[in-house]
Ligand binder design. Sequence first.
Ligand code: NAP
Length: 485
Amino acid sequence: MPDRDAPNAGLLIDGARVPSASGATVPVRNPATGAVLAYVAQAGVEDAHSAVEAAQRSYAAGSWRRATVAERARVLLRLADLIRANAEELARLESSNVGKPIGESRGEIAMGADCFQFYAGQIPSFGGHTVPVSAPGTGLTFRESVGVCVLIVPWNFPFAITTWKVSPALAMGNSVVVKPASATPLSALRLGELALEAGLPPGVLNILPGPGGAVGTALVTHPAVRKISFTGSTEVGAGVMRLAADDIKRVSLELGGKSANIVFADADLAKAGAAIFSVFGNAGQDCCSRSRVLVERLVYNEFVERYVERTRALRIGDPLDDATEIGSLISPEHRAKVDAYVRKGVEQGAKLCIGGAIKRGGMYDAGSFYEPAVFADVTPDMVIAQEEIFGPVVSIIPFDSEEEAIKLANGSIYGLSGSLWTRDIGRALRVVRAVETGVISVNTGWSVHMEMPFGGVKRSGVGRELGPSALEHYSEQKSVFISDE
Ligand code: NAP
């Protein structure tokens, strides 16, 4: 439905909010209400080229690239403060645009601010080395910025993932173009404004909402772009990697997942059974979602009962209400896809214990609400146990031994995240080493920490975000040898 009062929102190119070259705009909606939040300028190929050229000019001018570490850190810290000063506005914007509970958005905005602070603190100690070499002279390495970086972001954690990429990229002195998801560009555009207010020179951070197919491709293939960091689906990520290959661009990919949550019989079952947000957080639209719960058969029935009871108590509702635990899915189309997976699970013989239906009535009719689904008696070959559903659907699968649990956990094309629950420290160490994944946690369903590397193996991606090592992905090493002779 059109909303005449919704504001227009321009692209951010070269320090200014501008219309797209074609003048096209698209309505960006609140998925929980269907209301138009803003008419956002829709970039095309011409705008993609303008944004890269603005980034290229700012990089060549050098005021950011050559700024001292202390100067860059000061701007990043000011930006962190500005995010905190505007945190509630940003959290409401994010919840309205994504449909996620306000409590989750507040946490993500806070983490975004902390990321800028973290990398401001990292850069003074991130440098090269002197290297002993077997020739008369001195070996040195430098860490240098890469150049123009294109950062492509999905719709499920728009602000958080933008900050994960932008903060190390800027910390190293690069100039960047962010391509937010078409459905959720608003918080990234606001971040761009705050960055200018913090003192970032114009053109260093450009924000370009537009369709992934045309704009994403134009950005990825632009010859001036040196590094691409992509978060999104495995299918699109593979295409990005292929396109980047021609110019040998540096690529890091954070892709899909189908992570396992392994519960051994000796675990604290009350804690493990209550950790349902490792699947239902963000209404299951989470790459880290532990959507396969593997449970030792000895405690399988008890665990399923606990899980179902906790799911029954979930509060589904208005994302802006503090009490809400499950908001809206991103769109009716996405909800239909999730629902089709649930129907497939039933058809293949899994037992639907609770949920798995479109939430209807009253306010729910305006949004894309879905009742979280718990499936028991799932076998590993079923579609719901193999494919990334990206919605509030969990498959609980029994196992009989540690070896079988590891085999099941590794029986996926993905390898992003995961958890295991046990009181046996020896087993915990064996299993964390054996599971093919980039990230895993013990006795908690949470594993994203700003201070630690985050990313996947197998078809979940290449490269790591967060942690000190993210700076490596946004810098080049230069080796210098100075002869004594
Ligand atoms: P997506 O469809 O792959 O889109 C991701 C981003 O890529 C969007 O900005 C999209 O733009 C853009 N894009 C689309 N086609 C493109 C192309 N040909 N070239 C360049 N860019 C293109 O993924 P999504 O549906 O937004 O997000 C869900 C997926 O992301 C899930 O698979 C999830 O697991 C994954 N994810 C992974 C992580 C992680 O850290 N591993 C984190 C979050 C999400 P448009 O919006 O305009 O299409």
